[in-house]
Design a protein around this ligand. Structure first.
Ligand code: TRP
Ligand code: SF4
Length: 339
């Protein structure tokens, strides 16, 4: 088949928010039309950080599946699968582990940042950084190569992980002969979405996100608390929309009335409360399709289960072939039938 393959993944540790929708995850919805697409719910990877809370991970596998289907991941076009159901990935991880030094893992910028965060949180690095955690780039390389991914559509923070995967592939092919496909990252050109509080990143741990599954009431509460131009006190004070998060979100969801919002704000002809109310109305309108679709899937759990089962089955078939190639290259062919 000449069509290229996309493999990407996301950890099931929380619901999708606007940052996801306008970032890499939203991009997947467009890409599924042009590529053979595999989207992995990375529960094994989530456990590297949350091994003490498997219930949370399980709950979020389901939540994430609902969110992904509701944003428009189409099971007819994309294979949505659960990482832990592909034991092939775990086997590949073991084989790749020999090709990566500890020093190289510690140098990985994404891992480095995460270790620094853990250190800040727990103090003693040695006690909080597990073998599984430091090794997750190896397991991610197994995710990508198991599905023969040509392209990996991700956010910028994931680039060091793709680079590490490429290194593993090159080393494997060099030592054992041409076996694995070397993937390339595919960045979307959307910049990072800011949080309601004006912080550079919208994120779960920062508590500044609008989740796609937030109810109308929750959206209302969050927007009412958003940061505006702090110099504007009274309704008719002139203000600067460019430093206002409410304006930022008007812009983000493409309010057709944007010019008016901007002009009225600058001229002091618009109160912040009214401006927020308009945003609440438009944001709820913006989320309407998502909510309807999500409700549909929530009410049809059997259908969601079947989608996951089928996606996982397709992924497993491909991963089996990769593992067979890898084992052949490693001369591990004692009993199995060769395919
Ligand atoms: N590391 C990614 C994240 O934290 C999730 C992920 C797991 C992934 N496996 C992947 C991304 C494979 C791309 C390809 O969001
Ligand atoms: Fe922000 Fe609107 Fe207030 Fe201007 S009027 S500061 S855009 S909330």
């Amino acid at each position: 088949m000449s069509q290229k393959t996309i493999l990407t993944g996301i950890r099931p540790t929380g619901n999708l928010h606007l940052g996801h929708l306008f970032g890499a995850v939203g991009n997947w919805v467009a890409l599924q039309n042009d590529y053979e697409t595999f989207i992995e719910i990375a529960d094994v990877q989530a456990l590297t950080d949350h091994f003490d809370d498997p219930e949370m991970v399980k709950e979020n596998v389901w939540e994430l599946a609902l969110d992904l289907l509701a944003i428009g991941i189409d099971p007819k076009k994309a294979n949505l699968f659960i990482q832990s159901s592909l034991s092939e990935i775990a086997e590949l991880t073991v084989f790749y582990s020999n090709l990566v030094t500890m020093a190289r893992l510690y140098r990985n910028p994404t891992v480095k940042t995460e270790i620094a965060q853990k250190k800040a949180l727990f103090g003693n690095e040695g006690e909080s950084v597990t073998y599984g955690f430091v090794g997750y780039p190896v397991s991610q390389a197994a995710d990508i190569t198991a599905l023969d991914g040509d392209l990996v559509p991700v956010g910028e923070d994931q680039l060091p992980l793709i680079e590490q995967c490429r290194e593993i592939v090159r080393k494997f092919n060099h030592i054992y002969g041409e076996t694995l496909k070397e993937p390339e990252p595919l960045l979307s050109n959307t910049p990072r979405i800011k949080g309601l509080d004006g912080q550079a990143k919208m994120g779960k741990s920062l508590g500044n996100a609008i989740y796609l599954c937030d109810s109308e009431e929750v959206v209302q509460k969050k927007i009412m608390g958003a940061i505006t131009d702090p110099s504007k006190i009274k309704k008719d004070d002139q203000a600067n929309p460019d430093i206002c998060m409410v304006y930022y979100y008007h812009k983000l969801i493409k309010n057709p009335n944007l010019k008016t919002v901007c002009e009225e704000c600058k001229k002091g002809k618009r109160g912040c409360v009214a401006c927020k109310k308009e945003l609440i109305m438009r944001m709820n309108e913006f989320l309407k399709d998502f909510r309807e679709k999500r409700k549909y899937y929530e009410e049809h759990p059997q259908e969601v289960k079947e989608i996951l089962e089928e996606g996982t089955k397709q992924a497993k078939e491909k991963a089996k072939k990769t593992l067979r190639r890898v084992k052949d290259a490693l001369k591990i062919d004692y009993f199995e039938e060769k395919c």
